[in-house]
Structures are given as C-alpha cells and as structure tokens.
Design a protein around this ligand. Structure first.
Ligand SMILES: [Zn+2]
Length: 324
C-alpha cells in the first residue's frame, strides 16, 4: 500500500535539535535544524498517520510537549515562510534559499505555527469535501470555496477566530482605502491570489493550487556532492581512493515541505478524478487518500476500533433478540 507521493518522494526531512519552549513574551519554539534526517512519507510510528495528518492534529495547547514533537518530526520553521515574498506566486528571486546543509537556527512563535496548522488542516478538509462531492455525489457549500484568509505581505494562511471574518463581502472588496506600502503589497498578493475565483469546486481547487505553490518552491532542489568512493583514503592516492562518485540528495529543513508535497499529491489525484481525501468513518476527521485501498479510515487503529464497535453492536443486537 503506497503512501508515497509521485513527486519528490525521495526527499528526506531533517530533524531539529536543542528545541526549547520560551515563554518570556509569547510562547516560542527555538532550536536548530540538525543533520539527522528521516523519511517523511512513511506512516508516523506513534500515531500511524501520515505526517500531514499528524501535524494537522497536533495539540498546540500542550505546549510543553512540543519540543519533543519537533525533535521527533522536524520543525515548521516559520521564519522560512516569513521570508516568502509577495511575488512568491511567481518564481522566487535567486538566492532566496538558505543552503540546506548549513546549521540553521529557528524561532517559531506558536501563533505562527497555529496559522500554518490551520492552513494544512483546511487543505485536508477541502480535499475530503472535493472528493466526496466530485466522486460520491456529496453536497456542495459555496462557502467552502471562500475560506477566511489572512493575507500578509508574503503569503496567505487560513485565518483564525481573531483574523478577518469569513465575510462574503470581503471577497468582493477592492481595498481602495488602503494607502500604506504594506497594505499595497497585501492588496497585490490578494488580487493575484483571488483573481477570477468563484465559489464552485473548480474554484476551490484553483485556490488550493495557488495557496500550495509558494510552499513548493525549492522542493526540487538537490544538494550535490562529489567525492571518492573510499572517503577515508587519501584523496590524492589514485590506488586507494577508488572511482569518483556523484551523490545528490534532497533534504528539507521545514516539515511544511513534505506536508505540502502530500497535499499536492491529494489535489493532483482529485484533478485526475481519483479520490484525494476522505472523512474517517470512525473519528470523522479528514485524512489524505493516496491509495484507493485506504479510503475509509485514517489509520488501522481506527479501522480496528470501528470493526470492534460494530461487532459489539451486532452482539448486543443478537443478545436482545434472544432475550425477546
Ligand atoms: Zn480516524
């Protein structure tokens, strides 16, 4: 049963180290992106979920457990997303990327992690709704295509309860009153992000495509290394060093990269008339469907739980039938 996306499935995610929770002014996770990597496309051992679902369900209110979670799964690295330019919907400027092999400190305020989490959860929800509607005659609510968006100078996230209201008028507003440079950039981002969008499933998919794109710049970059087969040999010793080898690896420093690669695969499947997401029949939460064979439960645990519950119900029914 494959859980791997078709694109960038060979990428690995770097774990974070020395993660601490600071609570001086507001809760912030600090730490460093380490050298150790793992495969982010397998199932997370502790939850049997895909990384995208694991992150979407992470309990941010349990702040003290977050450093350990970061060390086991990788960091969000909010500062990377803050570096997004308002032109990120176009190709980025050259030199924007942090070389992935350099040690990198991060500083992630919890409220920004929450904004990224809301966005990821919203994408999962949208993929499940689209799949239900397009492939299983499920309902459609035009409001689903108009989520409350928090559009910054750099990139857009799904707004929280304190953000701009999910007001239909907001989508039609023209921002004529906004004069400052910051507001000007926001307006440009917004116009580009929302141009031509209606409220049908086709528009929702296009909105997702536009929201996903900035997270995927740089995903295809490889880190190239030239070396000799015998790394420990004297590099000038032709007899000992062996043939020249070329190694290239993709390693990512933010978990948002593999998470958005997973979301992309879900959206790609829907665009190909395959199911890309579903709501779990046991817990009701949305999950990603990368393979048609796993389309009812978010993990095996939920499948067993559901089967056990149905069995109990059947037994109960049989027993009451016997008692009658
Ligand atoms: Zn479930």
């Amino acid at each position: 049963m494959s859980t791997r996306p078709r694109f960038a499935a060979d990428g690995v995610l770097r774990l974070s180290v020395e993660v601490a929770l600071e609570t001086d002014r507001e809760p912030v996770l600090t730490g460093r992106v380490g050298e150790q990597t793992y495969d982010p496309f397998g199932r997370v051992a502790s939850s049997d979920l895909l990384l995208v679902e694991e992150f979407a369900r992470l309990d941010l209110s349990a702040a003290r457990s977050l450093p350990a979670w970061y060390e086991q799964h990788g960091a969000v690295r909010v500062e990377r997303s803050e570096a997004f330019d308002h032109d990120q919907l176009l190709p980025p400027r050259r030199g924007e990327y942090t070389p992935l092999w350099s040690p990198r400190l991060f500083r992630d305020p919890l409220r920004f992690i929450a904004a990224e989490q809301r966005s990821v959860a919203w994408h999962l929800d949208a993929l499940a709704r689209l799949s239900e509607h397009l492939l299983a005659d499920g309902p459609w609510d035009p409001a689903w295509a108009h989520p409350p968006l928090d559009i910054g100078r750099s990139h857009a996230t799904i707004a929280g309860p304190d953000g701009p209201a999910a007001d239909p008028a907001w989508w039609a507003e023209d921002d004529a009153s906004e004069q400052t440079s910051r507001a000007h950039h926001r307006k440009r981002t917004r116009l580009r992000l929302l141009a031509g969008l209606g409220d049908g499933p086709g528009s929702l998919m296009e909105l997702q495509r536009r929201l996903i794109s900035p997270y995927l710049f740089g995903v295809a970059d490889y880190h190239l290394r030239l070396g000799w087969t015998e790394a420990d040999a004297e590099p000038t010793d032709m007899a000992q060093r062996g043939p020249l080898v070329v190694q290239y690896t993709r390693s990512w420093a933010t978990l948002l990269t593999p998470v958005y690669v997973q979301i992309l695969e879900g959206l790609r499947r829907i665009s190909e008339s395959e199911r890309g997401g579903a709501f779990c029949r046991e817990c009701g939460r949305p999950f990603l469907v990368l393979d048609a064979r796993r389309a009812y439960f978010c993990n095996d645990r939920e499948r067993y739980r559901n089967a056990a519950r149905l069995r109990r119900q059947r037994l109960g029914a049989t027993r009451s039938a016997v008692e009658e």
